[in-house]
Design a protein around this ligand. Structure first.
Ligand code: SAM
Length: 284
Protein backbone atom coordinates (compact mmCIF):
# COMPACT_ATOMS: atom_id res chain seq x y z
CA UNK A 1 0.00 0.00 0.00
CA UNK A 2 1.31 3.46 -0.87
CA UNK A 3 1.35 6.09 1.91
CA UNK A 4 1.47 9.79 0.97
CA UNK A 5 1.85 12.91 3.11
CA UNK A 6 0.10 16.00 1.77
CA UNK A 7 0.77 19.58 2.85
CA UNK A 8 -1.76 22.26 1.95
CA UNK A 9 0.72 24.90 0.80
CA UNK A 10 -2.02 27.42 0.07
CA UNK A 11 -5.79 27.13 0.13
CA UNK A 12 -5.65 25.90 -3.46
CA UNK A 13 -2.26 24.21 -3.76
CA UNK A 14 -0.95 20.98 -2.28
CA UNK A 15 2.34 19.10 -2.32
CA UNK A 16 2.42 15.33 -1.75
CA UNK A 17 5.41 13.16 -0.92
CA UNK A 18 5.44 9.38 -0.84
CA UNK A 19 6.25 8.10 2.65
CA UNK A 20 8.44 5.07 3.28
CA UNK A 21 7.98 5.10 7.06
CA UNK A 22 6.54 7.28 9.84
CA UNK A 23 9.49 7.52 12.24
CA UNK A 24 7.85 9.71 14.88
CA UNK A 25 4.48 11.31 15.61
CA UNK A 26 3.45 13.24 18.73
CA UNK A 27 1.57 16.32 19.87
CA UNK A 28 3.97 18.51 21.83
CA UNK A 29 2.89 21.41 24.03
CA UNK A 30 3.05 23.68 20.97
CA UNK A 31 2.45 21.64 17.82
CA UNK A 32 1.97 18.33 16.06
CA UNK A 33 5.43 16.95 15.37
CA UNK A 34 6.29 14.27 12.79
CA UNK A 35 9.44 12.84 11.29
CA UNK A 36 8.78 10.99 8.05
CA UNK A 37 11.12 8.88 5.96
CA UNK A 38 10.21 9.76 2.39
CA UNK A 39 11.23 8.31 -0.98
CA UNK A 40 12.09 11.65 -2.62
CA UNK A 41 13.49 13.79 0.20
CA UNK A 42 14.83 11.33 2.80
CA UNK A 43 13.97 12.14 6.40
CA UNK A 44 11.66 15.10 6.79
CA UNK A 45 10.55 17.20 9.79
CA UNK A 46 6.88 18.18 9.67
CA UNK A 47 5.22 20.55 12.18
CA UNK A 48 1.45 21.06 12.15
CA UNK A 49 1.40 19.37 8.73
CA UNK A 50 3.90 21.86 7.26
CA UNK A 51 7.26 20.60 5.93
CA UNK A 52 10.09 22.27 7.88
CA UNK A 53 13.17 20.66 6.44
CA UNK A 54 14.33 17.51 4.67
CA UNK A 55 17.64 15.68 4.37
CA UNK A 56 17.66 16.18 0.62
CA UNK A 57 17.20 19.96 0.33
CA UNK A 58 18.10 21.32 3.80
CA UNK A 59 21.57 22.47 2.73
CA UNK A 60 20.14 25.00 0.25
CA UNK A 61 18.18 26.76 2.99
CA UNK A 62 20.52 26.41 5.98
CA UNK A 63 23.62 27.55 4.07
CA UNK A 64 21.88 30.68 2.80
CA UNK A 65 20.46 31.52 6.24
CA UNK A 66 23.85 31.25 7.97
CA UNK A 67 26.62 32.13 5.53
CA UNK A 68 25.14 35.29 4.01
CA UNK A 69 25.09 37.19 7.35
CA UNK A 70 28.25 35.57 8.72
CA UNK A 71 30.39 36.29 5.65
CA UNK A 72 28.97 39.84 5.46
CA UNK A 73 29.79 40.55 9.12
CA UNK A 74 33.45 41.57 9.67
CA UNK A 75 33.98 39.39 12.78
CA UNK A 76 30.97 37.29 13.89
CA UNK A 77 31.75 35.95 17.37
CA UNK A 78 28.37 35.66 19.11
CA UNK A 79 25.42 34.33 17.10
CA UNK A 80 21.79 33.71 18.08
CA UNK A 81 19.37 31.50 16.15
CA UNK A 82 15.69 31.87 17.02
CA UNK A 83 13.50 28.86 16.22
CA UNK A 84 15.59 26.49 14.13
CA UNK A 85 15.04 23.54 16.48
CA UNK A 86 16.15 21.06 13.81
CA UNK A 87 19.66 22.50 14.29
CA UNK A 88 20.50 23.02 10.61
CA UNK A 89 21.22 26.76 10.79
CA UNK A 90 23.21 26.29 14.01
CA UNK A 91 25.32 23.59 12.31
CA UNK A 92 26.26 26.01 9.50
CA UNK A 93 26.97 28.85 11.98
CA UNK A 94 29.38 26.54 13.85
CA UNK A 95 31.47 26.07 10.71
CA UNK A 96 32.81 29.61 11.21
CA UNK A 97 35.96 29.54 13.36
CA UNK A 98 35.39 33.14 14.54
CA UNK A 99 32.20 32.01 16.32
CA UNK A 100 32.75 31.62 20.07
CA UNK A 101 29.11 31.25 21.11
CA UNK A 102 26.23 29.89 19.00
CA UNK A 103 22.95 30.07 20.91
CA UNK A 104 19.57 28.66 19.91
CA UNK A 105 16.32 30.02 21.41
CA UNK A 106 13.62 27.50 20.47
CA UNK A 107 10.18 27.59 22.03
CA UNK A 108 9.54 23.84 21.68
CA UNK A 109 12.19 21.67 23.34
CA UNK A 110 10.65 18.54 21.83
CA UNK A 111 11.68 19.67 18.34
CA UNK A 112 15.32 19.81 19.47
CA UNK A 113 15.14 16.42 21.23
CA UNK A 114 13.48 14.65 18.31
CA UNK A 115 15.81 16.29 15.74
CA UNK A 116 18.86 15.31 17.76
CA UNK A 117 17.70 11.68 17.76
CA UNK A 118 16.20 11.28 14.30
CA UNK A 119 17.87 13.94 12.14
CA UNK A 120 21.54 13.63 13.18
CA UNK A 121 22.72 14.45 9.65
CA UNK A 122 21.18 17.93 10.00
CA UNK A 123 22.52 19.04 13.38
CA UNK A 124 25.59 19.33 15.56
CA UNK A 125 24.23 20.26 19.01
CA UNK A 126 27.24 18.70 20.77
CA UNK A 127 29.72 21.36 19.65
CA UNK A 128 30.96 22.97 22.91
CA UNK A 129 30.22 26.46 21.52
CA UNK A 130 26.51 25.58 21.08
CA UNK A 131 23.85 26.20 23.75
CA UNK A 132 20.12 25.58 23.49
CA UNK A 133 17.62 27.73 25.42
CA UNK A 134 14.06 26.41 25.44
CA UNK A 135 12.20 29.70 25.50
CA UNK A 136 10.19 32.14 23.44
CA UNK A 137 12.66 33.87 21.12
CA UNK A 138 10.88 37.19 21.51
CA UNK A 139 11.33 37.28 25.26
CA UNK A 140 14.88 35.99 24.95
CA UNK A 141 15.85 38.83 22.62
CA UNK A 142 14.22 41.44 24.88
CA UNK A 143 16.28 40.13 27.82
CA UNK A 144 19.65 40.26 25.99
CA UNK A 145 20.47 43.80 24.85
CA UNK A 146 23.81 44.46 23.10
CA UNK A 147 24.78 40.77 23.11
CA UNK A 148 24.99 39.30 19.59
CA UNK A 149 26.83 40.03 16.31
CA UNK A 150 24.36 38.07 14.17
CA UNK A 151 20.74 37.10 14.89
CA UNK A 152 18.98 34.64 12.57
CA UNK A 153 15.27 33.83 12.75
CA UNK A 154 14.53 30.35 11.40
CA UNK A 155 10.88 30.26 12.32
CA UNK A 156 7.78 28.43 11.29
CA UNK A 157 5.33 30.33 9.07
CA UNK A 158 3.72 33.39 10.72
CA UNK A 159 1.07 31.52 12.70
CA UNK A 160 0.81 30.91 16.47
CA UNK A 161 3.95 31.83 18.46
CA UNK A 162 5.80 32.82 15.26
CA UNK A 163 3.43 35.68 14.32
CA UNK A 164 5.22 38.30 16.41
CA UNK A 165 8.62 37.35 14.90
CA UNK A 166 7.57 39.18 11.74
CA UNK A 167 6.51 42.41 13.47
CA UNK A 168 8.18 45.76 14.09
CA UNK A 169 8.24 45.54 17.90
CA UNK A 170 10.32 42.37 17.55
CA UNK A 171 12.62 44.00 14.99
CA UNK A 172 13.23 46.85 17.46
CA UNK A 173 14.15 44.34 20.17
CA UNK A 174 16.52 42.61 17.71
CA UNK A 175 18.17 45.94 16.91
CA UNK A 176 18.78 46.46 20.64
CA UNK A 177 20.11 42.88 21.08
CA UNK A 178 22.68 43.34 18.31
CA UNK A 179 26.11 44.76 18.99
CA UNK A 180 27.81 47.34 16.78
CA UNK A 181 27.94 46.15 13.13
CA UNK A 182 25.22 43.60 13.93
CA UNK A 183 23.35 41.79 11.15
CA UNK A 184 19.87 40.24 11.27
CA UNK A 185 18.32 37.69 8.88
CA UNK A 186 14.92 36.06 8.86
CA UNK A 187 13.25 33.68 6.45
CA UNK A 188 10.48 35.70 4.79
CA UNK A 189 8.49 33.18 2.77
CA UNK A 190 7.55 33.00 -0.93
CA UNK A 191 7.47 35.92 -3.37
CA UNK A 192 4.67 34.10 -5.22
CA UNK A 193 2.39 33.35 -2.29
CA UNK A 194 3.30 35.67 0.62
CA UNK A 195 3.79 39.03 -1.05
CA UNK A 196 2.10 41.15 1.62
CA UNK A 197 4.20 39.54 4.34
CA UNK A 198 7.46 40.29 2.50
CA UNK A 199 6.36 43.91 1.97
CA UNK A 200 5.47 44.22 5.66
CA UNK A 201 8.77 42.74 6.88
CA UNK A 202 10.85 44.85 4.51
CA UNK A 203 9.05 48.05 5.46
CA UNK A 204 9.47 47.29 9.16
CA UNK A 205 13.20 46.55 8.79
CA UNK A 206 13.70 49.79 6.87
CA UNK A 207 12.08 51.73 9.69
CA UNK A 208 14.27 50.09 12.33
CA UNK A 209 17.69 49.56 10.67
CA UNK A 210 19.86 51.86 8.53
CA UNK A 211 20.30 49.03 5.97
CA UNK A 212 17.69 46.49 4.81
CA UNK A 213 17.57 44.20 1.79
CA UNK A 214 16.03 41.03 0.38
CA UNK A 215 17.76 38.00 -1.12
CA UNK A 216 16.50 34.72 -2.51
CA UNK A 217 17.31 31.07 -2.90
CA UNK A 218 15.74 27.82 -4.00
CA UNK A 219 14.17 25.33 -1.56
CA UNK A 220 12.12 22.64 -3.39
CA UNK A 221 9.94 21.62 -0.42
CA UNK A 222 8.75 25.18 0.34
CA UNK A 223 5.75 26.67 -1.50
CA UNK A 224 6.78 27.76 -4.98
CA UNK A 225 10.37 26.57 -4.53
CA UNK A 226 11.68 30.14 -4.68
CA UNK A 227 12.27 31.48 -1.15
CA UNK A 228 13.17 34.88 0.30
CA UNK A 229 15.34 35.99 3.18
CA UNK A 230 15.06 39.46 4.71
CA UNK A 231 18.29 40.94 6.00
CA UNK A 232 19.05 44.11 7.96
CA UNK A 233 22.27 45.57 9.26
CA UNK A 234 23.58 48.20 11.65
CA UNK A 235 26.41 49.00 9.22
CA UNK A 236 28.06 46.33 7.03
CA UNK A 237 26.62 45.89 3.55
CA UNK A 238 24.94 42.46 3.63
CA UNK A 239 25.43 42.12 -0.16
CA UNK A 240 29.21 41.99 0.14
CA UNK A 241 30.72 38.69 1.30
CA UNK A 242 34.27 38.56 2.62
CA UNK A 243 35.60 36.34 -0.19
CA UNK A 244 39.10 36.23 1.29
CA UNK A 245 37.78 34.74 4.54
CA UNK A 246 35.71 32.27 2.53
CA UNK A 247 38.82 31.08 0.59
CA UNK A 248 40.81 30.79 3.81
CA UNK A 249 38.17 28.60 5.49
CA UNK A 250 37.84 26.23 2.51
CA UNK A 251 34.28 25.23 3.50
CA UNK A 252 32.82 22.40 1.43
CA UNK A 253 29.38 23.93 0.85
CA UNK A 254 26.82 22.67 -1.64
CA UNK A 255 24.81 25.85 -2.29
CA UNK A 256 26.57 28.89 -0.86
CA UNK A 257 29.59 30.55 -2.46
CA UNK A 258 30.49 34.27 -2.45
CA UNK A 259 29.28 34.46 -6.09
CA UNK A 260 25.94 32.92 -5.11
CA UNK A 261 25.83 35.37 -2.18
CA UNK A 262 26.20 38.40 -4.47
CA UNK A 263 23.83 36.96 -7.09
CA UNK A 264 21.12 36.26 -4.50
CA UNK A 265 20.60 40.02 -4.08
CA UNK A 266 19.81 40.44 -7.80
CA UNK A 267 16.01 40.40 -7.77
CA UNK A 268 13.61 39.68 -10.64
CA UNK A 269 11.26 42.66 -11.10
CA UNK A 270 8.25 40.91 -9.53
CA UNK A 271 10.35 40.42 -6.38
CA UNK A 272 12.14 43.80 -6.48
CA UNK A 273 8.78 45.58 -6.34
CA UNK A 274 8.23 44.13 -2.85
CA UNK A 275 11.22 46.12 -1.61
CA UNK A 276 10.16 49.74 -1.66
CA UNK A 277 11.42 52.41 -1.64
CA UNK A 278 14.44 51.13 -3.59
CA UNK A 279 16.67 54.06 -2.54
CA UNK A 280 16.83 53.14 1.16
CA UNK A 281 18.18 49.60 0.94
CA UNK A 282 21.80 48.50 1.03
CA UNK A 283 22.99 50.99 -1.59
CA UNK A 284 23.74 50.54 -5.28
N1 SAM B 1 13.12 26.10 8.19
C1 SAM B 1 11.77 25.98 8.63
C2 SAM B 1 10.84 26.81 7.79
O1 SAM B 1 11.30 27.78 7.17
O2 SAM B 1 9.65 26.47 7.73
C3 SAM B 1 11.68 26.29 10.09
C4 SAM B 1 12.37 25.23 10.90
S1 SAM B 1 12.40 25.33 12.64
C5 SAM B 1 11.93 23.70 13.05
C6 SAM B 1 11.05 26.36 13.14
C7 SAM B 1 10.92 26.41 14.66
O3 SAM B 1 10.50 27.69 15.08
C8 SAM B 1 9.91 25.42 15.25
O4 SAM B 1 10.58 24.37 15.88
C9 SAM B 1 9.09 26.29 16.24
O5 SAM B 1 8.85 25.63 17.47
C10 SAM B 1 9.99 27.51 16.39
N2 SAM B 1 9.31 28.74 16.84
C11 SAM B 1 8.13 29.27 16.41
N3 SAM B 1 7.86 30.41 17.08
C12 SAM B 1 8.89 30.62 17.95
C13 SAM B 1 9.19 31.61 18.92
N4 SAM B 1 8.35 32.65 19.14
N5 SAM B 1 10.35 31.51 19.62
C14 SAM B 1 11.20 30.48 19.42
N6 SAM B 1 10.96 29.49 18.51
C15 SAM B 1 9.83 29.56 17.80
Amino acid sequence: MEVWFTENQTQHLRISVRVRNILHHERSEYQELMVLDTHEFGRMLVLDNVIQTSERDEFAYHEMMAHVPLFAHPNPRRVLVIGGGDGGVLREVLRHPTVEAAHLAEIDGRVVEVARELLPAINNFDDPRARVFVTDGIRYVQEHPDTYDVIIVDSTDPVGPAVALFQESFHRAVFAALRENGIFVQQSESPFYHRDLIRQVQASLRRVFPVAALYWGVVPTYPGGLWTYSVASKGPDPRRPDAERWSRYGLATRYYTPDVHRAAFVLPPFVAELVEPAGRDAGA
